[in-house]
Structure formats: structure tokens, C-alpha cells
Ligand binder design. Sequence first.
Ligand code: FES
Length: 513
Amino acid sequence: MTERDGASISLWQDSVPYYTARNESTARNYDVVIAGGGITGLSTALLLQQAGRSCVVLESQSLGFGTTGGTTAHLNTLLDTPYTTIISNFDEKTAKLVADAARASIELVKQNIRTHHIDCGFMETPAWLFSQTEKQTKELQDLYEACLKVELDIVYSKDIPVPIPFEQALRINKQAKFHPLDYLYGIAKAFEAAGGVIIQHCRVLNTRGDGRITVETSRGEYEAGALIYATHIPMGVNLLHLRCAPYRSYAMAVKLKNRSGYPQGLAYDSCDPYHYYRSQIVNGEEYLIAGGEDHKTAHEENTDRCFLQLEAHIRKYFAVENIAYKWSSQYFEPADGLPYIGHLPGHPDNIYVATGYGGNGITYSGVAAQVLKSLVMQEDNPLIAVFDPNRIKPIAGFTNFVKENADVAKQLLLRILPADKMESLAELAPGEGKVIRYEGETVGLYKDHQGQLHAVNPVCTHLKCTVEWNGAEQSWDCPCHGARYSCDGKVLTGPASRNLDNIPIESLIEEHH
Ligand code: FES
């Protein structure tokens, strides 16, 4: 079992062991440092290493810890941002380039699987998108027209692979699915075999200089000609944090009573947020994987309810034997519908980023790998302009306004938790957390399953928004840019790189008695 960024464990993470890097080299100088050991980081690293650039991948936790381990692994040319929207936000030529890029991404996965003999349950399969209301049917018809313009292999379909009533359906050919961590480990091994280096439990903290960059990490400094943030959202403070909104999505892997009930193909309804369905055989066992119930991070008070709603939805249509796995995961919605891949705004020319994938992270990881390779190798590529993060307009006077705020936390708690508020601590159920607000100030309290209380200053160390408790994943989640922390305040997901301030609660309780 691998580690992950929450209390729940995904089907994928439970089925692979922790990745053991073959060669934790002591070298400190590279052509390219890649921050992030998910599918974007490793796909990019492999392409660059194969092209003759020396690369090191620095992963703050372990490979697949974040969203790559929590995806439902759909490879699509039909994207979450409808081609109708891409055409209206940009133009038809851009939409065609995006569709071509998605096709090339699936081809890259196929090529890696063939070349490196990766056994990851890959299957090319059609996807079905269906409507259930008049309004959805109209949107489906508009989408069909737009898909023809970008040359998707798409037709109307009389049936769908899931037992759900529908009005109209589209079938899109040449989509795909796989086991994302088996694939990730496969390309990680290929990268190491090509001479690349993977260092796990090494967090990138800061950078200095232009020209050759000094990368400061939790395990010393690295020098590189280029740095790529493949961290899902870049560290530090950046315009992209204002242009990407963090969302949570919920998924379940389900055993069905009837072996013939597993859908052959990928299926999506047209609700907002939409539900998605597919099946996968893992270690000889077949599972239905269904997901949905998305919401903005830290905007749902009761995250366990999202799982209950998803389960009720699945049980309505499928004969469920048991729910084998349930997990949630994070993604970032871009402001204009397309990811930001390329030069990181406001930084030296040789610092790059890939973020804002929406729900198509697996597809866009391969797009990012090809765009980032072109940028580092200084090759012409029409996609560089399409995904350029600098297409957004800078905001005047936007500066780094993070201030270190350590050690005020204890004083804060003393002020905001007078004796009559102490009962809030006792009221918490084991496994429950809560942000307590009192006279304009706040404290994050969590009671663990042994009844032990933990307190944190709930002010996010990124840009000082207040985190909220996520009961389903037992984490503190930031609504602003999606930083997430464990129940005792340790960073799980960027952009924050510093833990929440911890407050020694026992001593405080004693002071109150
Ligand atoms: Fe930016 Fe919390 S993630 S303020």
C-alpha cells in the first residue's frame, strides 16, 4: 500500500507497494529539476531524459501520493471543458489544437506502454456521454457539432453501457483507461533505467537566481538549468493561484452482485457536477468505479455526506455487493477552461509549471509532458501558445504578502478560548474537527480516535485564508488555493510549504483549570 494525501485509500493505492527508487544519487547538478512525482512529473522527466537532458524528480512525499493516486484514470479526447466552450472562449483553431493534443497524449501513453512493457491494464475503449433532460439534450447536440469541427471520432448511439435511463447519447471512440499507479511506476522505472534520478520525501521549498537556478529543498540544495513545478499547483504565491479554483471529487470502487453488470467502456451523465462510470480489473478482481459529487474545496460542511450521496446514486442503478473502496481527490479548475502549461508567470524564463487540468488530469499530463519538453528543448510547438500561463493579464501591485506568523498561536488560543468555550473541546466526537470562531479569531480543533485533542492555528500558511475541516479525509483544507494539511497540521498538498502552527493544547487545558 502506498501513502496518500488523506485518510481514505484509493483502489490504486491499496494495490501497489511503496515505490522504491533504484538509485538515490548524491549528484546535485542537473539540466532539469522536476518538482512532483505524479504522472505529469514522471511523464515529462522521461521525455526529457530520453532526449538527453539529465533530470531529477523531487517528490515531497512518495510517488503517486497526490492526485495521480486518487484519479479515476480516464484518458479522453472528450474533455470536461466542452469544445463548444473552448471555441467560444478561444476559437475553432485552438479547439482543434487541444483535441489533437489530447489524441497525442493517449498515443504517448500507448507508446510508453509498448516501449517499456508496462503492465497497467490499459484498454482502448469508447466513451458514452448521455443526456437525461431536454436542456441536456440540446447541449449534447451542440457539443456533437463542436466535436465534429475538431474531428473527434463521434456518433449518436442508441445504447449506453450503464443501466441508467437516458434521452440521447453520444459514443466517442478511441478513449482509454488504465491502472494509473501501475503506469506511473512503469514510467518511473523507465526514467531511472534511462539514467534519471528520483528522490522521494524531498520537498522543494524555494528557488534562487536566474540563469542557473538554485533549488532549496528539505534535503539540501540542487542546481539546475531549468525547474518544472509538476506539483498540481505551483508553490509560493503566483497569479495562477488566483486563476485556478480547487475542487474535490468523490469516487468509489464497487463489487457488483452480477458479473455481467460491469460496464464495458466509459460513461458520463450530463449533470452538473456530472457522474462518471467505468470498470477495471485489479489483481484479478473486477470493480465498478463511479464518481462525482464534486464541490469546491472546503465549501462542503459535511464531506461524509458526499460519499453517502454517491453511494445512494450507485445503488439506485447497480446491484451492489459491497463498496470495496471510497476516496476523494483534488483537482484545479482553470478560469478560462484550458490548463496553464509553460513559463511560470513572474519567475525567471527557465521556471515552468503545469496546472489547471480540471477533471482531465491524466490526459493533460501527457499534453504537459510534450509542451514542457518542447519548451526546455527550445523546439517549436503550436501548443506552447495555446496553453501559455502568461495568457492571463497580470494584476498591478500583486506581491508576495505572506508573512511568517509563528508562535502567536498559543497567545491566540489563550485569548479565544476562555473557560466557557472549553466545552467545545469536549463536544467534539472522535475523528471530528472544527474551526471555532470567537470574537473575530479562530482556532482549529481536532479530536483523534483515542480521544486526544489537537489544536492548530487554522490560518493557512500560504496566503492566510482560514482552513476548514474535511471529515471524509480527516484533513484541514484551504478554500482559497487548495492547500491541505493533516489533522495535526502537516502539509499534505501545496501550494503551502509550511505546516500549520501547532498549539500545545494539554498545557492550555491545565492553565484553564
Ligand atoms: Fe492559498 Fe490557503 S492555499 S491561502
